[in-house]
Write a protein that binds this ligand. Structure first.
Ligand code: IVH
Length: 689
């Protein structure tokens, strides 16, 4: 096709491509908000190269093919983490820190007045990385990715001076060191000067520069970048190296891993806050960017007892520095419709830089927030951004309000389908009642379906879903898995679409193919049912174990007098409201059709109970009743679940063990009636070892 181009045509096409690539580089690197898939981006670059080959006179020094800071292709292998890489919960106010310490103590049954050692460290603004050493040799390095698997960046990490290639001979055979890859502020500025003098890409901040450098496919380029590494945690280890967090830090230091300063071991909230304020003052003088501090319970045995919730440990939290603010003009308020029909107002702003990042949209939360702020279109507003949190409008500069600024009237119909949007009593959210006829809800459900923690289909991002939905290529999840077959017979196959080509289409099909098998918990989560988040989906999977059982039980549970309904309500954290949303979903014939069409395309693997070695309670159903003395109810439940047991709220014939603490009442009597195994707290502890 290219060969039919005249030089003039090629020039126009070339200019367009260059502008487009620059725009996507910018979206990816500076705004961290890519609009197209990696595959589609690679295709653009391929087209550019083809044009350059044919018309070399077009090439300039500024051409994206000459710049090294450009986005790299997604050419990294994936590596599954032996132990998931978690993220951290956030604290913003002093009260959040008080609550954090309170929660930890309550969980562990430590009196408020007793001290509890907590290690404090700066929170480095870089990207997390895990380094696996076997027999003291660096075997591989990987990014965090989605927490379960990351990208293999070994070759690039080997170029970082701060990362030891070998460790002292007395380290455990397996030792995974986790930490942050970052760039020092001064070295970042030097790098940018160098880039500028060569007409190459300028990075917006040290974090972006570090991320861009690590994701280079050519490690010779990475080698020229001033990357550094701090080690602050462990992944898999074949033998313990310390029994406290502070001990780990000291050991890591002795192995040759640099440590961020300052650190402290605090004994109470006042000391934590004093540390926080000290670091806040020192922040501008630190040689690297930090976006807060991290608090970690010092004793590792306590960390283990505390475990984690969803994606973050209970034993640590990040205390963020106050957000950065800027004033700009509110150009418009757009209403977005979510997958469950919730209308959310979004502020469209005159673009402004807040803390080094260009912000053009911000959250306005809901109808009440607009009233509370008394914000009107055309107002000057204060926009706030903190770390990775979505920017929000926090106040209005009333002195600058124009006399004709009108009150904002919140819509009572859905902007996407025109259905009534209603606000139930006591709810803050107004919802579109269009349900299945609302195209916005359908698109959002599809986006959720392919998202990272659900089906995780790489290359099928939000923009592409919108485009494919609008063109009728994908209407329901099953369509995603039929797209390749349909494409074969299509008169307008994907590869002729703008921005697509053979390579990007091939990559897309391959990433869809990879997801034809999925675990039950991810499948349930992917359906996008209201109130069914990852934790609830996991509990449902633990209870029902197979997709067919899950579906039959949901059908039977429609009858509220049934045993199946009782079983559902018996699941930890599922109350009548969650159960209703779940059952409503399965009562809708269209939803059942969506699920059965999908099941013709994919396999849902059975839930595998956590086979913790030597766990005598894996797969068993346990009920705790009465007051426990040795541990709190929360800890007992978390421990049982980590050993693969199911914790239920009430006693039934299906209960395997009833653990009765002091003053156990009706549940204990019921257990005796049903002749179930009743254990005292001590017997339970003995059973689980
Ligand atoms: S500990 C299980 N310590 O912050 C806890 N993380 O927002 C693992 N980070 O993914 C993390 N400095 O990339 C820890 N001193 C520090 C850190 C730190 C920066 C990053 C890390 C983590 C993210 C969570």
């Amino acid at each position: 096709m290219l060969f039919d181009f005249s030089f003039e045509d090629a020039k126009t096409k070339y200019k367009k491509l260059v502008a487009e690539i620059h725009r996507h580089d910018e979206l990816y690197h500076t705004e961290d908000n890519p609009e197209i898939s990696d595959a589609a981006y690679d295709q653009l670059r391929l087209e550019l190269l083809e044009l350059e080959e044919k018309f070399p006179q077009l090439v300039t020094d500024q051409s994206p093919s000459k710049t090294v800071g450009a986005k790299v292709a997604s050419g990294f292998k994936t590596i599954r983490h032996a132990i998931p890489m978690l993220s951290l919960s956030n604290a913003f106010e002093d009260q959040d820190v008080i609550d954090f310490v309170g929660r930890v103590k309550k969980f562990l049954n430590i009196a408020d007045s007793e001290p509890l050692s907590i290690v404090t460290e700066p929170k480095i603004d870089g990207l997390s990385c895990t380094l696996r050493y076997e027999h003291g040799k660096l075997l591989f390095a990987a990014t965090r990715g989605d927490g379960a698997e990351g990208e293999d960046i070994t070759e690039n990490v080997k170029t970082i001076r701060d990362v030891p290639q070998t460790l002292p001979s007395d380290v455990p055979d397996i030792l995974e060191v986790r930490g942050e890859i970052y760039m020092r502020k001064a070295e970042f500025l030097e790098l940018n000067q160098h880039q500028e003098s060569k007409g190459e890409k300028i990075f917006a901040n040290p974090r972006n520069a570090a991320a861009g450098s690590v994701r280079q496919l050519d490690s010779n380029i990475t080698k020229t970048r001033p990357l550094r590494f701090f080690g602050y945690a462990l992944g898999e280890v074949s033998a313990p190296i310390a029994d406290t967090q502070d001990g780990i830090r000291k050991k890591l230091k002795s192995f040759g891993f640099a440590q961020a300063e300052p650190i402290a071991v605090c004994e109470n909230v006042d000391e934590l806050l004093a540390y926080y304020h000290k670091v806040e003052v020192e922040r501008p003088d630190l040689p690297y960017d930090i976006d807060g501090v991290v608090y970690k319970v010092d004793r590792l045995d306590l960390q283990e007892r505390l475990g984690f919730v969803a994606r973050a440990p209970r034993w640590a939290t990040a205390h963020k520095f106050p957000a950065e603010q800027a004033v700009t003009i509110l150009k418009d308020i757009k209403i977005q419709v979510g997958r469950t029909g919730a209308l959310t107002p979004v502020a469209e702003l005159e673009p402004i830089t807040v803390g080094g990042v260009v912000v053009s949209r911000a959250s306005l939360h809901n109808e009440d927030e607009i009233i509370r702020l008394d914000v009107r279109i055309g107002d000057h507003v204060v926009v706030q951004r903190s770390g990775d949190v979505i920017p929000k409008v926090v106040s209005v500069v009333f002195e600058k309000r124009l006399p004709n600024a009108a009150n904002y009237i919140y819509p009572t119909t859905c902007p996407a389908c025109g259905s009534h949007a209603v606000r139930e009593e006591g709810e803050v959210v107004r919802r579109c009642t269009g349900g299945l006829i609302c195209p916005a809800q359908a698109v959002e459900r599809l986006k959720h379906f392919v998202s990272r923690n659900a089906f995780d289909i790489e290359g099928l991002g939000a923009k592409i879903i919108e485009e494919f939905y609008a063109d009728g290529l994908i209407k329901t999840p099953a369509d995603i898995f039929m797209i390749e077959v349909r494409d074969k017979g299509s008169l307008t196959p994907l590869r002729v679409r703008e921005g697509w080509g053979d390579l990007s289409v091939k990559n897309l099909f391959a990433s869809i193919e990879k997801r034809r098998s999925i675990s039950l918990e991810k499948f349930i989560y992917a359906l996008g049912i209201r109130q069914i988040g990852e934790s609830t989906a996991k509990r449902l999977a633990t209870t029902y174990e197979t997709i067919s059982k899950f579906i039959t039980e949901m059908d039977a549970a429609q009858d509220k007098a049934s045993d199946q309904y009782a079983t559902l309500l018996n699941i930890e954290d599922i109350g009548a409201s969650v159960a209703n949303d779940l059952l409503d979903f399965f009562a809708e014939p269209h939803n059942k059709e969506v699920v059965s069409d999908l099941l013709e395309q994919i396999t849902v693997t059975d839930y595998k109970p956590v086979r913790v070695s030597n766990s005598p309670v894996a797969g068993k159903t346990v009920v705790f009743t009465g007051s426990l003395v040795k541990m709190t109810r929360a800890e007992a439940k978390a421990k049982a679940e980590s050993l693969g047991a199911k914790v239920a709220g009430s006693v039934s014939a299906k209960t395997d063990y009833v653990v009765a603490g002091e003053d156990a009442g009706s549940k204990l009597s019921k257990a005796r009636e049903l002749n179930l195994a009743v254990l005292s707290e001590d017997q339970w502890l003995e059973l689980i070892g």
